[in-house]
Design a protein around this ligand. Sequence first.
Ligand code: ADP
Ligand code: MG
Length: 696
Amino acid sequence: MTDIMKTFGSKVFNDAVMKERLSEETYWELRKTIKNGYSLNSSIAREVAEAMKNWAIENGATHFTHWFHPLSGATAEKHESFVSTAGGGSITLSFSPSNLVRGEADASSFPSGGLRDTFEARGYTAWDPTSYAFIKDGILCIPTIFCSYSGEALDHKTPLLRSMEALNEQAMRILHLFGNEDVDHVKATAGAEQEYFLVDKRYFDQREDLQLTGRTLLGAMPPKGQEMDDHYYGSIKTSVSDFMKDLNEELWKLGIQAKTEHNEVAPSQHELANIFQTVNVSADQNNLTMEVMKKVARKHGLECLLHEKPFDGVNGSGKHNNWSLKTDTGMNLLEPGDTPAENAQFLLFLTAIIKAVDEYQDLLRIAISSAANDHRLGASEAPPAIVSIYLGDELTAILESIENDTVYSNKEKEPLKIGVHTIPSFPKDNTDRNRTSPFAFTGNKFEFRMPGSSASIATPNTVLNTVVAEELQGFADVLEKADDLNSAIHDLIKETLKEHKRIIFNGNGYDASWLEEARERGLSNYPSTPDAMRHYLDYKNIEVYRHQGVLNEIELRSRYEIYLEKYYKTVNIEAKTLLDMMRKDILPAVSNYRKHLLGILLREKELGADVEKTYEYGTLSKLTVLSSEAYELTEKLADLLGKDKPSAGLELAYFYKDEILPLLDSIREKSDAMELLTERIFWPVPTYKELLFGVD
Ligand code: ADP
Ligand code: MG
């Protein structure tokens, strides 16, 4: 047995462990719970809790925690030891079924967007048994949802689980129409491709901006950036490959199937992809992956940057979210089939997705919006802020022939009739043929490329599941009443495509002309988070969340507040950090260098030299002008931060977007110009060259 076979999943209370440690009856009951996505049945909780505790203790755990994803973004945990008193000064190790099933959490310190004013401050956490418990740093972690006592979701996971239920219900109706009697349920699957940067920890420790905001707020581009494309898929440096090896091992122990790793386009940028799982498990695994990445990097003297745009002038980091639908019988519903019936089913699901993405472009855009991702959307490598679908030429041609009743190719003799003809085969692997599309069909799944590298994939997948469920419901309502199913499907697909084909775009999304064309097509374009958030509470959006039972209006309103608050707080921290760096590091450093130059000039002048043509004189003059300008802008920033600001969420977000962000850019411009003129030993913080090329 190879090592990986021994260690894989060794820290997970997975199926094999359950089978070994539970009575047969309990094991099968738990299996059923997991398979159907129910919550844990109290009749088996005692035995499961006892088995879990014994397994955890044998594997070195001393504490347990419910592990959840509050809306603040990071994962949350509150450790409790297994120790309880047994009288007479002795202890016993205990873990009750209620410890496993339900935990109390004081919700008042987590963002609730006003929910805590309306409801009780207490919240509770409850095990999501479909996601296995695991041991991390000697702590048994139990993946849970997080709700207020009155049941409102306070996390990213609850709506995700609700959306999975909604999708299952509607997808099953469609599958029944096609006679798939053996299918029990449908689950969405997701696989995340995680991008990140690695920098030398010693340099990171000297950059206040990276430490406090995750991104560099200043830093001039070195003579070389990413223009040679020599980093992409390049050979991996020793310290990085040591890190990757260690990371893989840690992830494998946690049962995470880390699969591919390679260098990305920007210097010091890398990517890791885990094998896809059911969406909720995949979301948990991606969150855990990010946590482990940071920890392992530090062990290697590195810092892992997960921010969407840590460096200006080189690519940012995204998290491609591959999404598909899978039945418990193993069928991928986005895989074109070989028979007319399979094809009809595939085309129907595809059409529902096209309609969903078109009607809810704004929700998809909102799901991936953040102050950090705003810097990335539309920049070098990233998709533009406009949502569109890439299908590839072949599939688009097939859909066109259905829509227009025309023959698809020279080989076919008559127009394609759904349910009668087999769709002509087309190359299934379209992967990366169009890297500019935000939502690309890649043969048997969609790749949503807009999500940012640091965000949880729970939210974009919640939206996908919800809006696709909504369209499938509409389709099922029509088709269940049809006398002639095949022609009803044909008509439905045809009509839907006519109405929603504007969302399909196979061209270059980075082309300036696309902006114009998208506008003519009536597609929405929300370049910033505040622009996108304005539409969060549009009537149709409230309706679809409500109708699918994913988030009610109260929950949505609370999220609206939280997301806006997160936006302006992020920019506010950036502003204060830059102010601090300018006043304490940059301006004093430039002042010192000017003093140094002036000293030389005065001495030379005493000696009677003509100083006006000297390097010292020229540089001093330029730096004097630049530092005055930088100082003026810095003081302006301080004034703006100190003055009365709008109080309402959206207005305040716009204040930070329109007033503060541009000022940060202007200050940076001056600082970067000064950096290029200042002798290296005078410059107080590590440079882009050190950060981007400093790992060996
Ligand atoms: P790429 O060329 O984009 O790297 P891969 O085939 O390597 O394509 O897949 C990238 C990601 O997509 C991986 O995380 C993979 O597990 C995931 N993936 C593959 N098939 C599916 C599917 N049916 N549903 C969801 N994710 C999938
Ligand atoms: Mg990809």
